[in-house]
Ligand binder design. Structure first.
Ligand code: ADP
Ligand code: MG
Length: 698
């Protein structure tokens, strides 16, 4: 069989219809797919040890002879055990195989095998549980570094490795798509070498070279693709120019002076909107840095220019809060601010729809309801999304289409995010967006003191709640669940003390047993929008003293008089999420506190919580979070609308990311259209990469 990258796997020996289907589930349809199906790990089986020489506690190869017939016993229903001693000149190793009854016959007494597993010692007795093995005279994987692939039922690692090996010859025929000049400048291995060594590395050095080359390649094509998208936007599409008015004029409407960082960001946005091309800007600022004001300025500019603006928020509570803030700020300047949420009555919605279509609302704030069918604008020129990581790329473009339907050019887009990520990473992750960073908090914020505590301090904590309320302040208590669910014991949970705190029952108990004299209210996502609104309003008006809530209050809610944030089962939340929650306090002039309650014994969880207690720097926290969880989970899989990275870990490969980005910029400055012969394959690869993401590059 001559293998080309397009050879279907059904032509491989041993791959019938059933297997082909299973392989297809792994995204494997052709020989070429196999080449880039990278191992998720490796097993080092180069060194083969004698029994007594084998290091303990790590997986190693041990060569030994089967000393007697293996013994199969049934321990209980559904649990078989095969036991057999194996020997060499120096010692005996006792093997145990659970639920692999075939081993009873597979291991022949008197034969030599190489066993790969972990040697354990109890006194003088050496044992190994569930090793894999092969006959010593028919070694296939022993002596090598063996790839470990992500698998699915019915497809073994052995089978996959065999298929990859058969597919490898087609790597030889592959033209290297990375231009020679770039390979040389960045000391990158050739494609064929890299593709071979990533699967079957002869040694560690070869593996490093292969990884580096392939990870660089991924990042490089991504960077080139994004640069293309951005250029297309900045050179090809036309936006509606909105005249920039001085920040000073707007600042006169504010009860405070904008920080330098806010001012800079406002000016950047104004410049974008004035230049005749559509703005596409991400405003990044830690919680409390004052992003809303920037949005207000941009909206104000649009309205002064004779256009409409829309701002989309991820929750009703947040949309309503923005509506109140923007109305208070902009109504005096003659801006007609409107609100559209799913919670409104049909009649109310109809009225807003009509006003939007007629141009009688200038600046509308809303939830996803803004995307619904009945919504049409008269002259929408600016779209703002708050807390962007909650919205997919598609939703932003759905709103943009509403503006196109009105015969308008591409609208300006302003995206606001409180997820602080390193600037360069933002450039990559948010693709073709320009980035402004508000790296400064408004003055006179008192820092938030954060404490990690255990159950034994609960009573003292309640006293502290009482003291805060006594001073006129308000308190949030966040729980991980809405209702108590006796079935919902978490894996590894035994003690009832570890059960999740649930909003409803906990709030009842607090009111009854702990704070009978205080006003305790609840807020969670399962409440009717109107109830939520009422609860939030009562809290922001100071009528509620203790608000027991789920993470619905995570984003954006602004009640400066709230000074204490208590988070129950804090180990259940991600670091960035905890940071967001904590950001709900420390918004006024009073000293603020965050208390993280936990029952965890897990040292990693404790370390995470301590990180939070030790810093309020959102960038540092997100770096930790990124390290712990990886970018996929961090941003919500598939949400960022970017191609899936296979090999590169954006957090770990930072230096390589910079290098790839620099290389992409350099290449595009030399050959902006990628029209030179050497660079044409790059263009083809980039096109293919972005095909699946809906970001067509044509
Ligand atoms: P976020 O960036 O988290 O969305 P907000 O826009 O909600 O932050 O602002 C947080 C609080 O800080 C609000 O009460 C807002 O009025 C206030 N604020 C914003 N900018 C300033 C400023 N320059 N000086 C004083 N207070 C400010
Ligand atoms: Mg906000």
């Amino acid at each position: 069989m001559t293998v080309t990258p397009d050879t279907p796997l059904t032509q491989f020996p041993g791959v019938g219809e059933v297997r082909a289907k299973k392989l297809s589930h792994l995204g494997l349809n052709t020989a070429g797919d196999l080449l880039t199906y990278y191992p998720r790990d490796y097993e080092d089986r180069r060194q083969v040890y004698a029994i007594r020489q084998a290091p303990e506690g790590v997986r190693v190869c041990v060569r030994a002879m089967v000393a007697q017939r293996p013994r199969l016993s049934r321990i209980r229903k559904g649990l078989d055990l095969v036991q057999v001693p194996v020997v060499d000149q120096g010692g005996t190793l006792h093997l145990a195989f659970f639920n692999q009854s075939y081993v009873e016959r597979a291991l022949l007494p008197g034969e030599d095998y190489v066993f790969y597993g972990q040697v354990e010692r109890q006194g003088n007795r050496l044992s190994m549980t569930n090793p894999v093995f092969e006959r010593a005279d028919r070694q296939d994987v022993t002596g090598r570094i063996v790839p470990v692939y992500p698998l699915t039922a019915g497809i073994s690692g052995h089978l996959l490795a065999g298929l990859v090996r058969q597919a490898l010859p087609c790597a030889r025929g592959l033209a290297d798509t990375l231009p020679q000049s770039i390979r040389q400048a960045h000391h990158l291995a050739a494609a064929e070498f890299a593709l071979t060594a990533i699967h079957f590395p002869p040694d560690d050095r070869a593996l490093d070279l292969a990884r580096r080359r392939l990870a660089f390649e991924e990042l490089f094509y991504l960077a080139v693709g994004l640069a293309f998208l951005k250029r297309r936007r900045t050179t090809l599409s036309t936006g509606c120019p909105i005249p920039a008015l001085p920040v000073e004029q707007f600042a006169a409407l504010l009860p405070f002076t904008p920080t330098d960082a806010q001012r800079r960001t406002m000016e950047e946005a104004a410049r974008d909107m004035a230049c005749g091309r559509p703005m596409n800007r991400l405003v990044q600022g830690d919680v409390g840095s004052g992003k809303t004001v920037v949005a207000a300025y941009a909206g104000w500019l649009a309205v002064q220019g004779g256009f409409q603006a829309a701002m989309m928020a991820p929750t009703e509570v947040l949309a309503e809060q923005h509506f109140r803030t923007l109305s208070a700020l902009l109504s005096p300047a003659g801006v007609r601010v409107g609100l559209l949420t799913g919670a409104m009555t049909a009649a109310q919605k109809r009225k807003v729809h009509a006003d939007l279509a007629a141009g009688d609302i200038d600046f509308v704030v809303g939830t996803h309801a803004l995307l619904s069918q009945g919504v049409a604008f008269r002259r929408l020129a600016l779209i703002i999304t708050d807390e962007q990581h909650r919205f997919g790329v598609e939703q932003r473009s759905a709103l943009a289409e509403k503006s196109a339907a009105g015969g308008m050019p591409s609208p300006h887009v302003l995206v606001m995010s409180a997820t602080p990520i390193p600037r360069t990473l933002a450039l990559i992750l948010y693709g073709d967006l320009d980035v402004s960073v508000i790296d400064q908090l408004p003055p006179r914020r008192t820092p938030i003191s954060t404490y990690v505590i255990r159950e034994d301090k609960r009573q003292r904590m309640y006293q502290f709640v009482r003291r805060q309320v006594g001073e006129g302040r308000q308190v949030y208590i966040v729980c991980p669940a809405v209702e108590e669910d006796p079935e919902a014991a978490l894996p590894g949970e035994e003690s009832p003390a570890l059960t999740l705190k649930a909003v409803k029952s906990y709030a009842q108990r607090l009111q009854r047993e702990v704070f009978p004299d205080l006003t305790v209210d609840i807020l969670h996502g399962k409440m009717r929008p109107r109830e939520k609104d009422a609860a939030m309003r009562a809290f922001s008006q100071g009528k509620t003293q203790v608000l027991v809530a789920t993470t619905v209050i995570e984003v954006g809610v602004d009640v400066p008089n709230a000074t204490l944030m208590i988070i129950e089962n804090a180990d259940r939340f991600g670091l960035s999420q905890l940071h967001q929650l904590r950001g709900r306090v420390g918004r006024g002039e009073h000293p603020s506190f965050c208390v993280l309650l936990t029952a965890t014994r897990n040292p990693d969880s404790m370390a995470r919580l301590r990180t939070l207690a030790s810093t309020t720097d959102g960038f540092q926290i997100s770096r930790e979070d990124l390290k712990l969880r990886g970018p996929g989970d961090f941003f919500g899989r598939r949400q960022h609308g970017l191609p899936q990275m296979k090999l590169s870990d954006l957090a770990a490969d930072m230096p390589l990311l910079y290098e790839a980005q620099a290389a992409a910029e350099e290449l595009l400055s030399r050959d902006p259209e990628l029209s030179e012969t050497e660079n044409r394959p790059v263009l083809a690869r980039v096109r293919r990469l972005f095909e699946d993401t809906g970001n067509s590059l044509n």
